[in-house]
Design a protein around this ligand. Structure first.
Ligand code: DTR
Ligand code: ZN
Ligand code: ZN
Length: 360
């Protein structure tokens, strides 16, 4: 995305979490990462939200079993085709974006949803105004407790954007399709959102949040962001909702969201670290509106550290995604295994938050 002045973006990369540094805290071994923790984005104001109450962890095994590499790959292939047929990209306001949207809508309709387009325009490349839209589809649960799963659907103009962010789109879409196919209707409403205009400045998510009345905003129990979740030299990262690694004032409930993911990864035997809410993706509008937020990330243009490589495998010193914002962000630029791991975790969190309440 293009930087916006109000959103500071850390150039330091994600600190690995404590589990693989049990002997010494990560910042003792890597003081430059400790600086990242203290320099984190600080949100002004105090959260007046009630927290989120998670009951007994749901048994998500059956639904997770349905989430597989084949389904995810089919979505990525369709997005690659959308780019190939439209000059090699899927940028907001282009034919590639329209073709991506048509695919997502088709799959949602086939699963029984009724997706709607939420139109808006935003300032775009070379000062042109771009007409575009978000796509939103809902389950039949209680709208007064809405859980939004969001991924940006647009790519940069320079490439097809298959890791950034076909991967997030594939994960959200697959959860939507599998949930419907299972006949499971969580008590809380699940809203699947596909944002436009992210790469030009987080416009789609901002438009969505701006359109919420205060009452509707309060009815948003949680926002889960999926942006770059299949990085080829990736790391499994969960947004630091409780501020324990990067500080900052976050909406009440964000810590519980982080906990849901971490508990899942720990039960699944997957090592996971924290990542900062650095203002660089679609969660920012939700945070600004005091809506509890969280999500997953596998790294962008930063480089994998030695401790990260020791913990997660992969190549130290190489970028998490060396094709970030480049024409080589194609089908071959996604690690199917890490993408499936992230989609499984998203399914689990969807079920857990889909039956969660508030603690007021
Ligand atoms: N928004 C991404 C890059 C990015 C920057 N910070 C984060 C944090 C979490 C996920 C992604 C990102 C892009 O679309 O370029
Ligand atoms: Zn991007
Ligand atoms: Zn992105």
């Amino acid at each position: 995305m293009t930087r916006r002045p109000t959103h500071r973006r850390s150039t330091r990369r994600r600190a690995p979490a404590a589990p693989w540094h049990a002997a010494a805290p990560w910042h003792a071994a890597a003081p430059w990462l400790a600086a990242a923790a203290t320099a984190s984005l600080v949100l002004t104001g105090c959260s007046s939200r009630p927290g989120i109450e998670i009951g007994t962890a749901p048994d998500s095994a059956e639904l997770r079993a349905g989430v597989g590499e084949a389904g995810l790959r089919a979505h990525l292939e369709a997005l690659q085709e959308a780019a190939d047929a439209n000059g090699g990209n899927r940028a907001s306001g282009t034919g590639g974006y329209e073709a991506s949207a048509a695919y997502v809508e088709d799959r949602l309709r086939g699963a029984g949803y009724d997706p709607v387009r939420q139109g808006f325009s935003h300032e775009g490349r070379r000062d042109r105004d771009i007409e575009t839209f978000n796509i939103v589809a809902d389950t039949a649960g209680d709208a007064s407790r809405t859980v939004v799963l969001g991924a940006h659907l647009d790519s940069v103009a320079r490439g097809p954007g298959i890791n950034d962010n076909g991967s997030g789109v594939a994960a959200v879409l697959e959860v939507a399709v599998r949930l419907a196919a299972s006949g499971t209707v969580p008590p809380n409403r699940i809203r699947f959102a596909f944002w436009g205009g992210e790469e030009d400045g987080l416009y789609g998510s901002e438009h969505y949040v701006d359109g919420l009345s205060d009452e509707q905003a309060e009815q948003h129990l949680a926002y889960l962001n999926l942006d770059m979740v299949g990085s080829p030299n990736g790391v499994v990262l969960v947004y630091d909702g409780d501020g324990s690694d990067y500080g900052g004032r976050l909406p009440n409930g964000s810590g519980e969201i982080e906990r849901v993911f971490l508990d899942h990864f720990s039960a699944a035997g997957v090592l996971a670290g924290p990542t900062e809410f650095d203002g660089g993706s679609d969660y920012q509008a939700f945070l600004d509106r005091d809506i509890p937020s969280g999500g997953l990330f596998t790294g962008d243009e930063g480089s994998k550290s030695d401790p990260e490589a020791a913990a997660f495998g992969g190549t130290p010193g190489d970028k998490y995604d060396s094709c970030y914002h480049r024409s080589c962000d194609t089908l071959g630029n996604v690690d199917p295994e890490v993408l499936e791991t992230m989609a499984d975790a998203l399914m689990h969190a969807t079920l857990a938050l889909g039956e969660a309440g508030t603690d007021d």
